[in-house]
Design a protein around this ligand. Sequence first.
Ligand SMILES: O=C(O)[C@H](O)[C@@H](O)[C@H](O)[C@H](O)COP(=O)(O)O
Length: 248
Amino acid sequence: MPADTSFIAMPTQVKTFADPSTLADAFAADFSNWLSEQRQPTVTVALSGGSTPKLLFTRWANQFADKVDWTRVHFFWCDERCVAPEDPDSNYGVAKELFLDSVKIPAENVHRMIGESTPADERARYETEIAEHVAVGDNGLPVFDYVMLGMGDDGHTASIFPHENQFLKSSNVCEVATHPTSGQKRITLTGPVLNNANKIAFLITGAGKADVLADVVGHSGDFDRYPASHIQVDDLTFYLDQPAAAKL
Ligand SMILES: O=C(O)[C@H](O)[C@@H](O)[C@H](O)[C@H](O)COP(=O)(O)O
């Protein structure tokens, strides 16, 4: 079914699809087209974790394995759980298993957060890794070419949770976050860095997110409490399935 494309409060685009599978197909195609339009030799892309990107990763590993010139893509992460790659919770581990091991991407293009390291040490190390590989804007902050985000049922994005909204204004590039219920430590990019990106896409699916998403997109209700509401760049697109978009 063709995407329903409508413009809303922020200069933002919303694309709604019948199901997560169709969404993954469309995003994979849009990403491939975007990359082919980029003039610079390489691009920097920050990935998110969780369950929603998994279908996209399988598309990248199969239908798009030879359609995308992966030598042009440097992958970073918006956030990571402080676990080893073998742990099922590892965002890098999932990406590695579902697509990185299946596409022709140079190892030096994969800039993972070292989840098994001491969180404070890794926060600092990853800031250095970003400084060495990502362009810097006039504001002195890194400029990712493309950032992929998700949103939790509580309105969190990357690993910026509502109880740590100070990370939306942090002067650091990365912070050590704490999951509100599990207490799991995370490393996350901060609000100013996310909002410094040239392009951002939210991939969000499931009815469980519809109420919060309506507030986030419409800047209504409790929106200010939801970190996802504070992601604002000129080139922002929401890729949604119908259940997630049901209350827009
Ligand atoms: O590491 C993470 O968990 C993510 O980066 C996180 O921000 C994710 O995007 C949301 O939690 C949505 O997760 P789902 O896609 O599983 O709903």
